[in-house]
Design a protein around this ligand. Structure first.
Ligand SMILES: [Zn+2]
Length: 444
């Protein structure tokens, strides 16, 4: 038993009745100072630090002195099969379709050993930043997927008890309906995928395609986690089609949709209807601000000679989905990091604190600060189906991120501020892997 005293826990990560504001400045500093008791690998009790009748916990006590404490963090959407390929396969134009092609070529090298090496580096980074659960999409099709799924399956065992790892089989609908359905479904089944993924494109056959994919997922007893509408094309309405398909099929398993960028270029009336359908269908919405800021709204002037890429122009549209409108409608939302150091984006570090801070800044989540921590805690936990995760509550995993900051606005001002990590009853080591290690990789 270890009692951590005076932890300022975000209200969004506390159980009732502790999750209610207790001070005049709760709008600006929405946390409550709590004493958190840990017994083995679980949190056993949480009480207001100011509550009468101290003691009674027994065991060791550490006084944190009133610093900000988040629960272990969740990464809801990333790509471990693609990460850390930037040095050998960079996407220097930041062009979505060009980068997709570069990664498709690189995928010939995604053996089990190659993916294991890169993904393990990624997980060590995520763990050093305080991550306790991570969902990765894995490209799955005729020539790709088996090595990566085997590698991540091994990693799932190697990291058990530290990071909970979920896989989603990601495929092009054209491949699924072009003869690869059995292979994709077979790989999802044999590797214990948490959800069927997929990358639908607007087309007249989309409703029928979604019906078929839902039938396949229903057969496997799993949900869906799709990449949808990652563009500024107003008629891209795969999110709406997915919501209609969930309702039409009475699909019983969890469904999440990532990106949803084009919703924000549609008319307000149309977007409102789609959001209502999403709510009715119970779909979780995943916003990926870091990659969408990088890839969306990327415009260039005319290319010299009419070929290649013209000079860069200043981005205007930044590619966010309608996060506030979804929250107002009562839809579960989460923010994720998406690609890390692959052809889509040359940076990223599997750090949910970076995702959190940037999401607050670019999506104006300061306007709902009390809610904001949930985008990397309770939101992802709900979408990933991990009860107790993302909370500091009795029964939750005893993982905590202890910041040197005493206030949320101090963390937002200085995201690099020191963190200490609690795992079980102990503070644990948090050492980031060195990039020098990558220079020794066989194909560096
Ligand atoms: Zn993605």
């Amino acid at each position: 038993m270890h009692l951590f005293r005076r932890a300022r826990v975000p209200l969004a990560c506390l159980p009732p009745p502790l999750n209610r504001p207790d001070g005049a400045d709760a709008a600006l500093e929405p946390w409550r100072e709590c004493d958190v008791a840990v017994d083995g690998g679980r949190i056993s009790a949480v009480r207001d630090s100011g509550a009468a009748g101290g003691g009674g916990f027994g065991g060791r006590t550490t006084d944190l002195g009133g610093v900000l404490v988040f629960p272990g963090l969740l990464e809801v959407h990333t790509h471990l099969d693609k990460c850390h390929t930037w040095d050998r396969a960079p996407g220097v134009h930041g062009d979505f379709w060009e980068s997709l092609g570069i990664l498709a070529s690189d995928s010939a090298r995604w053996s089990e050993a190659d993916v294991h090496r890169r993904a393990d580096f990624a997980l060590r980074s995520a763990w050093a930043h305080g991550t306790v659960a991570l969902r990765t999409h894995i490209d799955t099709g005729r020539d790709v997927g088996a090595g990566a799924l085997a590698a991540v399956g091994r990693l799932r065992e190697e990291w058990r008890g530290r990071i909970e790892i979920q896989t989603v089989c990601l495929f092009r609908f054209a491949d699924f309906f072009g003869g690869q359905a059995d292979r994709i479904v077979g790989l999802a089944a044999s590797h214990g995928a948490a959800a069927m993924g997929g990358f639908p494109q607007p087309n007249p056959d989309l409703p029928r395609q979604l019906d078929s994919i839902m039938a396949a997922a229903r057969e496997l007893g799993i949900g869906l986690d799709l990449h949808v509408d990652e563009s500024a094309i107003a008629h891209a309405e795969c999110l709406r089609a997915t919501a209609e398909a969930v309702l039409r099929n009475k699909f019983p398993h969890p469904v999440a949709c990532g990106h949803n960028c084009s919703l924000s270029v549609q008319s307000p009336e149309r977007a409102r209807e789609t959001i209502a359908l999403v709510k009715a269908a119970g779909i979780g919405i995943i916003c990926l601000p870091l990659t969408n800021l990088h890839l969306q709204g990327r415009v260039r002037g005319p290319a010299p000679g009419g070929t290649g890429f013209g000079p860069p122009l200043t981005p205007q549209w930044r590619g966010l989905t309608l996060l506030h409108e979804f929250i107002d409608a009562g839809v579960t939302v989460a923010c994720g990091g998406d690609n890390v150091r692959d052809a889509f984006i040359g940076w990223g570090d599997f750090d949910p604190v970076e995702v959190y801070v940037e999401s607050v800044r670019v999506a104006h989540l300061d306007a709902r600060l009390a809610f904001s921590p949930s985008v990397v805690t309770t939101g992802p936990a709900a979408i990933m189906g991990l009860p107790g995760y993302g909370m500091i509550a009795p029964g939750s995993p005893a993982d905590m991120v202890v910041f040197s900051a005493r206030k949320l606005y101090s963390l937002l001002a200085r995201p690099s501020i020191a963190r200490r990590l609690v795992h079980g009853e102990e503070f644990r080591e948090a050492r980031l892997p060195d990039y020098g290690e990558q220079e020794g990789w066989p194909d560096a």
